[in-house]
Design a protein around this ligand. Structure first.
Ligand SMILES: *[C@@H]1O[C@H](CO)[C@@H](O)[C@H](O)[C@H]1NC(C)=O
Ligand SMILES: *[C@@H]1O[C@H](CO)[C@@H](O)[C@H](O)[C@H]1NC(C)=O
Length: 177
């Protein structure tokens, strides 16, 4: 039986958010602020973070992640990324991505109420990608308020910079839902 307080908060939740079933576990609740559908009209970028089905064998609750970009003028597709995001019992977040640029990433970091900072732990790249090998990457999500969020991607490739990171993209998203 659920303690009364939990039963009550689930009731509120279901009442206020009738279109999604966001019953996150205690760790993933820290990522509640990042969930939803986000859009940047200026660059035509869309970010969707939702709750993924749980694989019974692994029993880990993941959020699924898609970040996609289009061109304004040609409607051509640019870089897309798909992935999974979760917070472990120690409170560290992990994001795994795979992209149509030929890279897969494994990123780890810390989540706070208004910020998620992930750094690269491992990377895979198809040998025939035109993109330069990436040596390091830092991805930061900043929540400005309930409507606006920013994603900053900084990286170091095989050629530059020698140390640290160079800003690669900075996108401000507006919440769609
Ligand atoms: C995430 O999972 C939900 C629930 O299964 C699904 O409806 C949605 O399409 C998934 N999104 C992505 C980006 O995989
Ligand atoms: C996990 O978090 C702890 C403290 O919160 C930190 O010391 C540790 O380095 C983190 N682990 C990784 C792999 O980031």
């Amino acid at each position: 039986m659920l303690p009364l307080r939990n039963a009550f908060s689930i009731f509120i939740f279901v009442t206020l958010v009738p279109f999604t079933q966001q019953v996150l576990n205690e760790q993933n609740e820290k990522l509640q602020w990042i969930m939803g559908k986000w859009r940047s009209e200026f660059f035509r970028k869309e970010l969707i973070i939702d709750e993924a089905p749980v694989a019974k064998s692994a029993n880990v609750q993941f959020l699924n992640f898609s970040a996609r970009a289009w061109s304004h003028s040609t409607k051509d597709h640019f870089h897309d990324e798909w992935g999974y995001l979760t917070v472990d019992p120690a409170g560290n977040a992990t994001l795994m991505t795979t992209g149509n640029n030929g890279f897969t990433t494994y990123e780890v970091g810390q989540v706070s109420p208004n910020k998620l900072v992930l750094t690269l732990k491992d990377i895979g790249r198809i040998s025939f990608s035109r993109d330069l090998p990436v040596e390091d990457l830092r991805r930061t999500f900043i929540r400005h308020d309930d409507r606006y969020m920013e994603q900053v991607i900084e990286m170091r490739t095989a050629t530059h910079p020698k140390v640290g990171y160079l800003e690669h993209t900075r996108v401000v998203y507006t919440r769609l839902n």
